[in-house]
Unconditional design. Structure first.
Length: 308
């Protein structure tokens, strides 16, 4: 049987996987060097919490810098090698390599910066969809006389509302493990919640507990308010879908037909555009522009449906 000290030593000496935890590798080599850059990423810290990423700001910034530098170096070597292999002069290869590497490194850095923002936005949308059910559940528990800590403990294992359950788990952890009181835990969770509606509910719950008010009445009023917001959102969604359908028909049904007819007429009279034949332009519209626009429409529609 292994002794605890030996097991701990083996756990520490176990190599880290770049694919599983790149931020740990980055922090190991760049953590101390990125300390001075943290003030430029102050707004990223709360976003990491709202995105439910269990990564410190210093580790994430180190990962951003490391992956951007690696992508810059790899793309510079590949671009320079391919350019020289194609027969270009050395100076031109260096210019191409520097330009492509800088572009790719900047794109990687920007993408990593946007990932927490997108994850937090996605969590907010899902949480707003769960709130009507969560508010009703909390109202029922409050009517049964269950205290707030026990209320969130009952919610943390919910399978139907996973995003709110995750926040409830954080509240229970702050109370039972970190030793905070329920009001401090609720205020902390309000600050890191991606949903402004849920944050308002928690803020009102703290005020109700602090003032000794009727928690049941407050939660019932909050439930009615959230239901009204969902009705307004559903009505706005229907109106938006109607406008979206008209734009879709105009831009992706009527307009392509008019363009194809115009190119056909130009082909009959022997015309062209920019040195391209009408057949080439029709193929470009049919197999290029229309599919790309269709994909863009699907992405926009999916975003609208998830949001509302």
């Amino acid at each position: 049987m292994k002794k605890p000290k030996q097991a701990a030593t083996q756990a520490v000496d176990k190599p880290l996987s770049v694919l599983k935890a790149p931020w740990l590798i980055a922090y190991r080599y760049l953590g101390a060097r990125t300390q001075g850059a943290l003030p430029y990423f102050v707004d990223l810290g709360p976003t990491l919490q709202k995105a439910a990423l269990k990564i410190s700001l210093q580790s994430y910034v180190s990962m951003m810098i490391l992956l951007s530098a690696l992508s810059w170096a790899v793309s510079a070597v590949l671009t320079g090698s391919l350019t020289v292999y194609a027969g270009a002069p050395i100076w031109l290869a260096l210019v191409y390599a520097f330009g492509v590497a800088t572009l790719l490194g900047t794109m990687v850095f920007g993408l990593l910066y946007l990932v927490p923002v997108l994850l937090a936005s996605n969590r907010r949308k899902k949480m707003d969809l769960e709130l009507p059910y969560v508010a009703s559940h909390m109202s029922i528990l409050a009517a049964a006389g269950i205290p707030p800590t026990r209320m969130f403990k009952l919610m943390e294992d919910s399978k139907t509302t996973p995003e709110v359950a995750s926040d409830a788990n954080e509240i229970v952890r702050d109370v039972e493990i970190l030793g905070n009181d329920i009001m401090t835990a609720l205020e902390t969770e309000r600050a890191r919640s991606p949903s402004s509606v849920f944050a308002d509910v928690l803020e009102g719950l703290v005020a109700t507990i602090r003032s000794g008010g009727d928690m049941k009445k407050y939660l019932l009023d909050s439930t009615h308010t959230i239901m009204d917001l969902r009705r307004i959102a559903a009505k706005q969604l229907i109106e938006s879908l109607g406008v979206f359908a008209e734009i879709y028909i105009s831009m992706l049904v009527v307009l392509p037909l008019l363009i194809i007819i115009m190119f056909s007429v130009m082909g009959l009279i022997g015309g062209g555009l920019g040195g391209l034949s009408t057949t080439t332009m029709m193929a470009f519209v049919t197999y290029g522009i229309i599919p790309v626009c269709g994909i863009a429409v699907i992405v926009m529609l999916d975003t609208m449906l998830v949001a509302d």
